[in-house]
Design a protein around this ligand. Structure first.
Ligand code: PMP
Length: 313
């Protein structure tokens, strides 16, 4: 992990090494934290943060599910993200807002405990590797199931829930795959270990619906919109495991993973066994947008550094 200089914690700017929590913090014991993952991209108009408002909305939604008061408005936290990019002099980075229940008691219901809110940033390349964006990854269907609706809260990005994701990703890595694919409690396709999943069949794009216990990914939403913009038919639906193997193309989406092709699942080649044309088209539309080469038609990019500061530097 490449550290950066400044971290924002509970309204103060502190050095990376000073942004600590106590060993008795509730979140460490019971997973009572919520978080986000956001990317800022290097564009000709300076660093810009992708879908900042949508990420902050989900951050607040996750906190609400945990009955957690953040004590800072969405606008304030958005401003902090921009300032973080500026202070740490990033051209591009990954931003990690986190809120967690702190110290003061070990009862399971930690609602009375103080909440620490922090945002840190770091430079982070392609999550599944640079080479993966072009050549694709080998994935496997996990022996673990995604938690079902009513067991946990799939729409929330809640720390404790990621034990499930750790089971899925670790199992895949141990077995020699780059990522795992998890089925929902009914046995339908849910998502990747830290990504949403898409397949292409006969020119149509299919992705599991929210009812398959997925996280409502912001990259997923972006890809659905970019596909519609190109007139490609998209469907959010129930997807059976066998359809995955029969797809012409499969790809994964996420803030960290961006759009990563899947070239095989359980050692079965997907389509031609390498990145397909629909995946490549969507990748090029996505990267043109976030890198500032294409117009921001949907208002998804937020300049991290105000124009007057850029002009002065
Ligand atoms: N599913 C899970 C479990 C994730 O952790 C992520 C990453 N946040 C995603 C999907 C993709 O979501 P997004 O595109 O908003 O990053």
């Amino acid at each position: 992990m490449k550290s950066s200089e400044w971290i924002w914690k509970d309204g103060h700017w502190v050095r990376w090494d000073d942004a600590t929590v106590h060993i008795s913090a509730h979140a460490l014991h019971y997973g009572s934290s919520v978080f986000e993952g956001i990317r800022a991209y290097d564009t000709p108009r300076g660093p810009q943060i992708f879908r900042l408002g949508d990420h902050m909305r989900r951050f607040r939604d996750s906190a609400k599910l945990m009955r957690m008061e953040l004590g800072h408005s969405a606008e304030d936290l958005e401003g902090v993200c921009c300032e973080l990019v500026e202070r740490n002099r990033h051209r591009a980075c990954y931003l990690r807002p986190v809120a967690l229940r702190g110290t003061g008691g070990l009862g399971v219901d930690g609602r009375h405990l103080p909440v620490t809110t922090a945002i840190f940033s770091m430079e982070w390349g392609a999550y599944l590797g640079d080479e993966a964006l072009e050549n694709g990854v080998d994935a496997a269907v996990s022996s673990w199931r995604r938690f079902g609706a009513g067991t946990m809260a799939p729409l929330g990005k809640i720390g404790g829930q990621y034990v499930n994701n750790q089971f899925v990703s670790a199992e895949a890595h141990i077995n020699g795959y780059e990522e795992g694919i998890v089925l929902d409690a009914q046995g339908f396709v849910s998502e990747g270990g830290g990504e949403n999943l898409f397949l292409v069949r006969e020119g149509r794009i299919l992705t599991p619906a929210l009812s398959s216990s997925i996280l409502a990914g912001i990259t997923r939403h972006t890809v659905l919109q970019l596909a519609r913009d190109r007139g490609i038919e998209v469907q959010e639906t129930v997807i059976s495991r066998d359809l995955l193997y029969l797809a012409d193309e499969v790809f994964m989406t996420g803030t960290a993973a961006e759009i990563t092709p899947v070239r095989s699942i359980d050692r079965m080649p997907i389509g031609a066994g390498h990145r397909g044309p629909v995946t490549e088209t969507l990748q090029s539309d996505f990267f043109a947008l976030v890198n500032g080469a294409a117009p921001d038609r949907h208002g998804w990019m937020t300049p991290a550094i105000r124009a007057e500061l850029r002009a002065a530097s």
